[in-house]
Each structure stands twice: as C-alpha cells, then as structure tokens.
Design a protein around this ligand. Structure first.
Ligand code: UD1
Length: 419
C-alpha cells in the first residue's frame, strides 16, 4: 500500500493552482442524468471519487468520455438503461446517493444501495428520502436498498429540519423536472449548491434563490445539453493556505474563489496571516511568525466548514496559545486527534469539543490516515514536525486531493509518495 513521507522544516513558498471542487463535481456529474442530450463538464479534478461517480453513471448505461487530459468529461445520458446503483460502488463513496433524485425524476425509478456508516459518523439519508417523498416519490428501504418509484414528480414544499448539503442537492435536482413549483426551506447554502444550480440552469432549469436558505424551483418539461466548468475547490485552497500559515511561508492559491472562503480567510487573518486577494489569486503570508491559536466552531455555510476543521486543528497544535474546536456537524470527526498526539500535539477531547494547547514543535512519527480531511491534517502536521512523518492509508487523500504531494513539492515541501 502506498504511503506518504513528509520531512518537516520547510517554509512553503510559491504559487499553487487550485482544482475544481470535489463536492461540486460529484453532484453535477449526477445531474447530467436529468438531461436528454450530452452534457460537458470542465475543470474536472483528477480524483478517485470522480472515477467512482463515472463508474456509477456508466453502470446505469450512460456514455462517459474524457478528453485527453481528463479535465473535461462528457456524459451522454441517452443510453441510460438501468436505475440501480450497486452496493460495491455506493459503499466506497457516499455521494453516490446523489443519483437518487435525478433517476427518480427522469426515469421514474431508482434503486440505490444504502451508503451505510462511515468513519466520521452514522450519516443517515432520512432527509433525502423525506424530501423526495414530498415531491410524490414512493420510497421503501429494503434489502439494503433505497427503492424509489414515481410517475412524474410534482412540485411540493420541503422544509428541512436540519441543513443537509446532499439532501438539498438531491431534491433540487429532482425538482427541476417535477410538474409545478417546489420550495425548499432551510436549504444548504454551500457554494457547491450554487454551482450545481448554475449548471442545472445552463441545462434549462428554472431555479431561484440558490445560496440562500430558500430555493424555488419551477419544474420544466426537459433539460438539454450544456457545458459547465466546475467552481474552484475552497477546501483544497484552504488546505494549502493553512500549510503556508503553519510553516511560516508565503503561498498564493491561483484559480481560487476567495468569495467562497470568507470564514476560513477570516480565521487565517485571526491567526496572524497577511492575506491578499487579487482576482482569482489568494496570497497568505506568515513569514517570520508563528500562528496564534484560533477557536473554531464548525457549522453550515457561510460559517466555518467542517471540512477545514482537521487542518485548522493541525495549525492550532503548533500555534501560540490555547484553542477550542467545536465540531457541530459530524458526531465522530476527531479521529485525527490521536494521530496528531502521536506527533506530540497536546489535545484534550470532551464530547464535541477539542481543546488544543499549542506546542513549540511536533516530532515526526508513523501515523495512519482515517478519513479524507484527517489525512490532510496529518500531512500539514508533518510539514512542521522534526524529522520524518510517514502517513499510511493515503487512499483517503486520493479521493479528494488532486496530486497533493506534487503540488506541495512545487511549494518546496519535502514530500514523496512511496510504495
Ligand atoms: C457534504 C460534503 C462533505 C461535508 C458535508 C458537510 C459532499 C460530497 N460532501 O456531505 O464533504 O463534510 O457536506 O458540509 O458534498 N444528515 C442526516 N440525515 C440526512 C442527511 C444528513 O441526519 O439524510 C446529517 C449528517 O449525519 C450530518 C449533517 O446532517 O450530521 C450534515 O450532513 P450533510 O450536509 O448531509 O453532509 P453530506 O451532504 O453527506
């Protein structure tokens, strides 16, 4: 199994190009199922989760073609002849559940394996199911599958009692082809929802209010082909900018979208970084300084993203002062804590709160990645640890970071992938 070896001690310097967002491209690929013509997606990141999604689409019968460098994918949904997303694929990637809404809206039937648990918590799909039921789908859960049937869906009112990114996406996609108007209240406001709505609109959908907590969708008869470029990955950008701040370096994220990153940039500024924004370039400069500890409370967008929690915890481990980190989205998203402590971090957990006391230096050790963003936090910690940090189970990283070791090497980090 591959591992990543990081030798700490280098202040990162330079430019890094940000890829298309994982959490935007996955629902957008699923949305292509709604069309009756080919849809072209650009700025597609090279990620294992993208490969898994294209396998799900191909398994449904869709034609999937890539251009030579893989940054464009064309999905031709006209050959779809199945409505089953099997366990083998869904269990490796929870986001496969996002084919549920498109399939039932366009083909009147869907069978999607229940995703099951994952490392960061139980993560149920009850909100997805109830929202689609509100549009007239009949859904049963049996033999480990969510089985949905419907004639044409009809518009309805969906009021979520908690904010869910995936459930908002599923019902948003389904509502585009429903008969009548759907109002989604307490909708997720993440930039990836906005990007999905922009893509759906390019396909002919009638949507208003994306990016706010009320989205209104007027159903249309059909969606057509379109071209859409995926929004920049705010989590990838945030990860590199935290790396700059932690190592006392200066890094510019290019092709980035600062307007999607307010909470993260505000916390980097609070940590003492100088931040410069120029169009699609975001520069973080922390040369000659040690970060100050920053408190974090994760919550739905526009508050601080749970997907940046582990990376900021890594920074707090070597910051000046004591920080509290409250994880309010996922019940079990502190698995990186024990691994960070193996590197010498001082962290105390009580329920959903971690208290981190910054230490002067971490010391390299073998550690194990437990989930995607946890893996990133271990690499960040390795960048400031004495000696070598060897990170095992890096397949988590390849699900969500494009060529992370190449991009970090480009900034001067001593990092390599080993077999
Ligand atoms: C998405 C992101 C993930 C991010 C998360 C929160 C993708 C592919 N993944 O995941 O990276 O960490 O948003 O920003 O975009 N919940 C229920 N019932 C449901 C659905 C969710 O109780 O039916 C709960 C979850 O267990 C969790 C909370 O709602 O506690 C938020 O989850 P949700 O926003 O749905 O996350 P995902 O869409 O799975």
């Amino acid at each position: 199994m591959q591992k990543i070896e990081v030798t700490g001690g280098v202040a990162l310097e330079g430019d890094v190009r940000i890829s298309g967002a994982k959490n935007a491209v996955l629902p957008i690929l699923c949305a292509t199922l709604l069309a009756d013509e080919p849809v072209t997606i650009g700025n597609v990141p090279h990620l294992h989760d993208v490969v898994t999604t294209t396998r799900v689409l191909a398994g449904l019968g869709a034609g999937v073609t890539h251009d030579s460098d893989g940054s464009h994918i064309v999905v031709d949904p006209r050959s779809v002849d199945s409505h089953v997303a099997p366990y083998e694929l869904v269990r490796t990637m929870r986001a496969s559940v996002l084919v549920l809404g498109p399939l039932v809206a366009r083909y009147g039937a869907a069978e999607v394996s229940l995703p099951g648990g994952c490392a960061i918590g139980s993560r149920p799909v009850d909100l997805h199911i109830r929202a689609l039921e509100a549009l007239g789908a009949e859904i049963v859960v049996e033999h480990g599958f969510i089985k949905a049937n419907a004639g044409r869906l009809r518009g309805g009112n969906v009021a979520f009692d908690m904010v869910s990114v995936g459930a908002t996406e599923n019902v948003l996609m389904a509502a585009t082809l429903a008969h009548g108007t759907t109002v989604i209240d307490n909708a997720a406001r993440e930039p990836e929802i906005v990007d999905l709505a922009v893509c759906l609109r390019a396909m002919g959908a009638d949507i208003e209010g994306e990016g706010t907590s009320r989205i209104v969708v007027r159903g249309v008869e059909r969606l057509h082909g379109a071209h859409h470029d995926v929004v920049a990955d705010r989590i990838e950008a945030g990860t590199f900018l935290v790396a700059a701040a932690m190592t006392g370096g200066r890094v510019t994220a290019t092709n980035a979208r600062a307007d999607t990153m307010d909470a993260v940039l505000a916390k980097l500024a609070e940590a003492g970084a100088d931040i410069g924004i120029d169009g699609d370039r975001i520069c973080v400069d922390m040369r000659g300084r040690r970060p100050r500890a920053v408190d974090i409370i994760t919550a739905p967008h526009p508050a601080f993203p749970t997907d940046m929690q582990a990376q900021f915890m890594a920074m707090d481990c070597i910051a000046e002062g004591v920080a509290t980190i409250d994880e309010t989205i996922f019940e079990n998203r502190f698995m990186h804590v024990n691994e960070l402590m193996r590197l010498g971090a001082e962290i105390h957990i009580e329920g959903h709160r971690a208290t981190v006391t910054g230490v002067e230096r971490l010391s390299g050790a073998p550690v194990m990645a437990t989930d995607l963003r946890a893996s990133a936090s271990l690499i960040l910690a390795g960048l400031v640890a004495d000696g070598e940090t060897l990170i095992d189970r890096i397949y988590h990283l390849d699900r969500g970071y494009e060529h992370i070791e190449r991009k970090l090497s480009g900034l001067g980090a001593r990092i390599r992938r080993i077999d």
